[in-house]
Design a protein around this ligand. Structure first.
Ligand SMILES: C[S@@+](CC[C@H](N)C(=O)[O-])C[C@H]1O[C@@H](n2cnc3c(N)ncnc32)[C@H](O)[C@@H]1O
Length: 268
């Protein structure tokens, strides 16, 4: 696993940085360290500045900062021109004009899929167990909430998202009958490709931070017991089925496949 240091670049944020250091168990950067020593000691730095929290390699040549920015131009473009409920993810989850499901996303990551589904009207509960990823996502949600006064559309989407930082297995086991979600969504880390030229540098960083989700087949087993209508598993298009379980059907795109386990007929 990687070594991380907390780098607070704005003195107004030093209390937040210390709190993060305590929660995550990573040291605060000693500003007296020169760049060479910093790079020897740490692979990544979690940076706090006026733009929020971001993760960068200490060797800046490797790749740029990873941050969760729901108001970014790319997210806004997808929101406006991404295909609405015609997108494969929307069809897999069963979003329609008549049905806007309550979706439990057991593998939130940086919330990209959760945000797309929330923008289509789904009520989203996101769970993320990795503390670094959770802090990036939680910061992204918080900043989108703050932007809501000037971007009401973004505010309405973010209001449909609730985030929990814990293991999804524990979360699933604690659900009461009434709390069962309509749809459960699972997108575990894909195994890292050996020849990784095609894998984006940011994705490689994500692999270094999170590792592989070896328990995802267990997650699917539990999800099948708790979802009211469907469990949807996102895979890379050529990946084997999760847990060797055969889905009811699959929706495949160029690089991604959604395996749909249909449990009951959707309402509407
Ligand atoms: C491939 S990423 C998900 C990407 C996400 N769908 C997105 O659009 O940004 C998988 C994430 O699921 C998280 N995860 C895997 N198993 C989990 C579990 N049992 N409980 C909570 N989080 C889990 C990992 O820490 C990782 O951040």
């Amino acid at each position: 696993m990687s070594t991380i240091v907390i780098n607070c670049k704005n003195s107004l944020l030093s209390d937040q940085a210390k709190q993060l250091s305590k929660e995550l168990g990573y040291p605060m950067l000693n500003s007296a360290l020169n760049l060479e020593v910093k790079q020897e000691m740490f692979e990544y730095e979690l940076i706090l500045d006026e733009l929020g929290i971001s993760l960068s390699p200490t060797n800046a040549k490797l790749h740029g900062a990873i941050r969760c920015d729901f108001g970014s131009a790319a997210n806004t473009h997808r929101r406006n021109y991404g295909g609405g409920s015609g997108q494969a993810i929307a069809k897999a989850v069963g979003v329609s004009g008549r049905f806007r499901p309550k979706v439990l996303d057991l593998t939130a990551g940086l919330g990209a899929d959760g945000f797309v589904l929330a923008s289509l009207g789904c009520s989203m509960t996101l769970i993320e167990r990795n503390k670094v990823v959770h802090s990036l996502l939680s910061d992204g949600i918080e900043r989108a909430r703050l932007a809501a006064s000037t971007d009401t559309a973004l505010g309405a989407i973010i209001a449909r998202i609730t985030l929990f930082g814990q293991d999804s297995k524990t979360f699933l086991q604690s659900l009461t009958l009434e709390q069962r979600p309509d749809i459960i969504y699972i997108d575990p880390m894909f195994p890292e490709r050996k020849k990784s030229a095609k894998v984006k540098k940011e994705m490689q960083a994500f692999h270094r931070i999170v590792g592989s989700d070896d328990d995802s087949a267990d997650l699917l087993g539990l999800a099948l017991e708790q979802a009211r209508y469907r469990v949807v598993v996102k895979r890379s298009v050529s990946a084997e089925q999760l847990g060797n379980l055969t889905p009811s059907y699959s929706l495949s795109g160029k690089s991604t496949r959604f395996d749909v386990f249909a449990l009951n007929k959707l309402p509407g």
